[in-house]
Each structure stands twice: as C-alpha cells, then as structure tokens.
Design a protein. Structure first.
Lengths: 239, 335
C-alpha cells in the first residue's frame, strides 16, 4: 500500500510528517497518535514534537547519530499511527457572548441572517476539537465551525484584541491567550487563562482536547475573571 | 545585591540563551540567541558554560555601571567601546570595579553582539529558559535604562582578562546554505531556479522575528495558502508577495505560507549578522551536508581558547609590543 503521508526535511534539525492537505479530525487524530507514540518511545535524538492540523514537526539533535536514520524510523511509526482510542479531555469553557466581550456578534448574525441568540447557540453547542496550539503561547485553534457561521476574515484586522477573546473565521474557531492583532470575528470572551506562567501546568489545553463553550452573563464573567486573576482555574474537565 | 545597572539601553537589548525549547506545541516561540557563534564567543570570553544567558545587543549597545565589588564583562562584538572613559575594542573581557562604566556604542561589523558576565546573571528562568521573547513578554522585556541585572557572582574571577580573534570565528561564508523543503513542491521549477539563482537583499523589515528579502520573484505552483504547520529557525516562507521571508529566533510557532527551504543551522549565524541592504545568495545542500557543516562549526566553537588580553583596554593588538614588554606596564584606569 502506498504511504498516505510524506516526510520532508525542515532544515538539518527537523523533519515534517505531512498527512493529506486538508483539515479533518481523522488526520488530526493520526498526527496526535504519531506524537503519542514518539513520546512513549522516543527514537534516539528526538527533542521535541509540534503537532499542527495535518502534520507533525519532529525536532531532533542534528549531531545525534540517530539523525541519519530518523526518517526511516518516522516512516515506520507513521505507517501504523492511528487515531487514539481515548478521546482527549472535554473542557467546559465559560464564555460571555456579545456586547463589549464580543463586538462582532451582531455583525456576524446580520451577515448570516440569524439572530444573535442563534449564533450563540450554534457556537456553544458545537463539539469543538483542539487541532493546534500555535502562533502565540496558548492560542488554541478549534474546528470545525458549523457551516452556518462560515465567514471570511474581516477586511480590516484589529490592531489589538484582548486576551480570552473567542473569535471565528473561515471554518475555524479560536481562543486567544494573549492580546494580539487579529482579523477574526469576535463572538465572545472567556475569563479562563489558557496560559498562566505561575501555574505548575502553565498551559490548560492541549492538542486533541475537546471544548464546549458555556454561555455566561457579563456579571458572571466579572466574577470568574476575578477568580482567574488570583490564579484559579475557572474551566473544568467534564469528561 | 550585586548588579549590572543599565544606565542607557540600545535600541533592542535582550537577555538570550540557547532558546526555550520543549514548549512549541503550546505555541511558545523558542527565541534564543540569533547568532550562536558570537553568543558562544561571549561565554568563552567570560569563562562560562556555553549555555549561560547573555545580553544580545542590536546595532548599538548599552551603557552599564557596576553595582558589585567587581565584575568581568565579556563583549563579543566588533563595536566602539569605552571603558571608564578609555576607548577600547571588542572581542575581549573587561574587569570592572564598583561604579565603573562600560559604554558599548555602534556595532561596527554585522548587526548584533553579545555581552556576558562571568558567572552569569541571576535571573529566574521562565519555562526553562532566560531568553526574552519581546512580542509576548515570555522571559521578560528588552532592557531599559534603570534596569539592574542581578549578578550570580559578587566579584570578578582573579585570572587576567582575555581576548579572541573576532575574525577567526567559525562563520560559514556566503552563500547562505539551505535545505530545500518542506514545501518546495508548492513552487514551479522556475520559482526554485529564481530562488537559488538570484541575488537577494535584506529589506528594512528585518528583526528577531524574521527577515523580509527583496529580489527575484519566486513563482508558486498553485497559490500561496497552505494549512498552517510548524516553523523552525530559518524556515523560508514565500507569501503572495513572491519574495522570501526568513523566519528567525522570535518566529511564530506555526504559519500558513509555503516554505520553500530552510537555512542550514551552520549558516544561521552568518545570516543573522546581515543588515538591511546587504546582498546574499542561497545555495542548496543536502540535510546530511548541512549537519556536517554544523558538526565542524560546533567543534571549532568547543575549541575556542581565549588568550590573555593586553591590560590596556585599547588593546593595540600588537602581540609584538606585548612580547617586547613595551606596554606591559601600562595600567588601564579600570585595572
């Protein structure tokens, strides 16, 4: 059977195992299964893995003797890597939709001929899968967005979007971890700190986890935000 | 507490070590020293282990004042230096006493340099590293006037100051060696030919995150959007402008433009010293060849052996003078 993946060099110190070029939970599961296999039994020289939607970047010590045979090792591991039997943790993430917390909620509703309540309901009932954490520490890329909410990015990106923002764009959802520029549509904001360097586990979510958003009021946001500011985790694992 | 006080800061001075690895799957950029060769030279001059954090200066250095009994400061840069009022040259260490000042002016060769202190800075690591990623604040912020960097050692080592020949460091000369891929198949044969055959120049948009280059257009085979995937130090992405962007130490961890090639690790120090307007060409090498270049560079760095420096900070670099003992009696005001 011809391999349905390929392995390409990212320079002299990393290899990329690329599965097919599309966004698909089944491909993400293979990426994460390969990562789990490499973590459980690391080939000589492997230093770090970086999973994304459909590929796994494997960084290794370029001066380790294992470097020259790593590609063959990864090929045999990737051929048998299949989706994990245990799905990732299911997180309940509180989210205040609309108003100051989600400036684009009304605009999205208008653009999609829905009410704001319908937009919130669709977003909050979607079973989100964490594909990737990237771009900034803890920034969590989610899929797959319900087709009723698909929209291109904003024509004018905002220069600064606050930490905790919960926006959408294209087929994707995102939870922002730090303030950053963004052209995505802001639906809401969570008081959950995805990245808290003071915590023993600085990052809350991991690739492969699942997320459900729980709509909360602005007052509840303020209450939870104060707890989160003191270092409490205001999200919970429900499964 | 013993400290090195920043009296005046250069445009971008940050604490850096070998980088913050192991957290890229959570979106954390490794940061780290842009030029591993000069960084290694700084620690060799300071008598430190090779992975001790040093200050990376950019274009112009800082002015420091010593708040300790004494400290040995190593400057791995070709720069205009003034030690307690006396002009000096770089690529050497200086032992300073309390309230003496070291002024590092413009970098005269390349873009950046490193300032290490013997024993290192007593700064708490964050996520396992002392490297500063300025854009996210992980590891801290760039130096500013008034900052006091705590010193791990209260006084300088007793041994004499040392120097290195900055021109003899193991930089791989141009062209910049690259390994094609991981997405070179997103480009036409003509696109690859333009990339490997053409001359590029560093644009004004060149910083610790990435260098945008100007030069021949690189033709995509089918669009310039890919699904975001992992980025490494030296990844060369080609967005819709058809001009390459070389991603550097402060890169984002993932990105969605096709990556035509990756700079060989051994060529990164050379590339990191280029500045806007500098011309360069790329040359493709196989991954194993790139690793061999790196093996030789690392071996040369491990062999770095600083030699005693002349006590006059102006360092007339005349070994003959030193040998004939003509200036041995000259005592610098800091000595």
């Amino acid at each position: 059977m011809p391999a349905d993946f390929r392995i390409r060099p990212a320079g002299d110190s990393a290899l990329v195992v690329e599965f097919e070029e599309r966004i698909d939970p089944a491909l993400s599961a293979r990426v994460l299964a390969l990562e789990a296999a490499l973590t459980a039994d690391p080939p000589p020289g492997v230093r770090e893995t970086l999973p994304t939607y459909r590929s796994l970047l494997v960084r290794f010590d370029p001066l380790d003797p294992g470097a020259e045979v790593l590609e063959a090792t990864l090929a045999s591991r990737a051929a048998v890597a299949r989706g994990a039997a245990n799905p990732g943790r299911l997180w309940r993430i509180p989210c205040a939709y609309g108003g100051a917390h989600g400036e684009d909620l009304e605009g999205v509703a208008r653009a999609k001929s829905l009410t704001t309540d319908e937009v919130v309901r669709i977003h909050a009932t979607t079973p989100w899968h964490v594909y990737m954490i990237g771009f900034a520490p803890g920034a969590t890329y989610l899929g797959k967005l319900d087709a009723r909410l698909h929209l291109p990015r904003r024509a004018n990106p905002r220069a600064r979007v606050p930490a905790g923002s919960v926006p959408i764009a294209g087929q994707q959802g995102l939870i922002m971890s730090i303030a950053m520029p963004s052209g995505w549509h802001l639906l809401g904001q969570t008081p959950v700190r995805l990245f808290e360097p003071r915590r023993a586990e600085p990052f809350l979510l991991a690739p492969g986890d699942r997320v459900r958003f729980e709509p909360i009021s602005a007052a509840e946001y303020d209450r939870l935000d104060r707890l989160a500011e003191r270092g409490e985790v205001v999200a919970e694992v429900t499964a | 507490m013993s400290a090195l006080v920043v009296v005046a800061a250069g445009p971008l001075s940050t604490l850096q070590d070998a980088g913050r690895f192991g957290w890229q799957r959570f979106g954390v950029s490794p940061a780290g020293a842009m030029d591993a060769v000069a960084y290694a030279a700084a620690n060799a001059l300071a008598g430190n282990a090779p992975d001790v954090a040093a200050i990376e200066i950019t274009l112009t250095g800082d002015t420091y004042e010593v708040e300790a009994e004494s400290v040995r400061i190593a400057v791995a840069a070709a720069a205009a230096i003034v030690v307690d009022g006396v002009p000096a040259v770089g690529w050497r260490s200086f032992t300073l006493r309390r309230r003496q000042r070291l002024v590092i002016g413009p970098v005269t060769h390349g873009t950046r340099g490193y300032v290490a202190v013997a024993g290192g800075f007593a700064v708490e690591p964050q996520l396992g590293s002392r490297s500063v990623h300025a854009r996210t604040g992980v590891g801290g912020a760039p130096l500013k006037a008034g900052d006091g960097l705590p010193l791990a050692r209260a006084r300088a080592p007793d041994a004499p100051d040392v120097k290195l020949d900055g021109l003899a460091l193991p930089y791989v000369p141009l062209p910049i060696r690259v390994v094609l891929g991981p997405q070179d198949d997103h480009f036409t044969a003509r696109g690859i030919e333009a990339f490997l055959g053409g001359e590029y120049r560093v644009s004004a948009a060149a910083d610790r995150m990435g260098y945008r280059l100007e030069g021949p257009e690189i033709e995509h085979a089918a669009g310039f959007d890919t699904i975001s995937d992992g980025i490494v130090f030296g990844s060369i992405q080609v967005p819709g402008t058809r001009r390459p962007i070389v991603l550097m130490a402060d890169r984002q961890t993932s990105g969605g433009y096709p990556k035509i090639a990756t700079v060989a690790s051994a060529s990164l120090p050379t590339f990191a010293q280029l500045k806007p307007g500098d011309a360069l060409r790329f040359a493709a090498v196989a991954p194993a060849e790139a690793r061999e270049l790196l093996r030789r560079q690392r071996a040369a760095l491990a062999r770095l052996a600083p030699t005693p420096a002349c006590r006059d900070p102006r360092d007339l670099s005349s070994e003959a003078l030193l040998a004939s003992n003509l200036i041995d009696g000259v005592v610098g005001p800091y000595d």
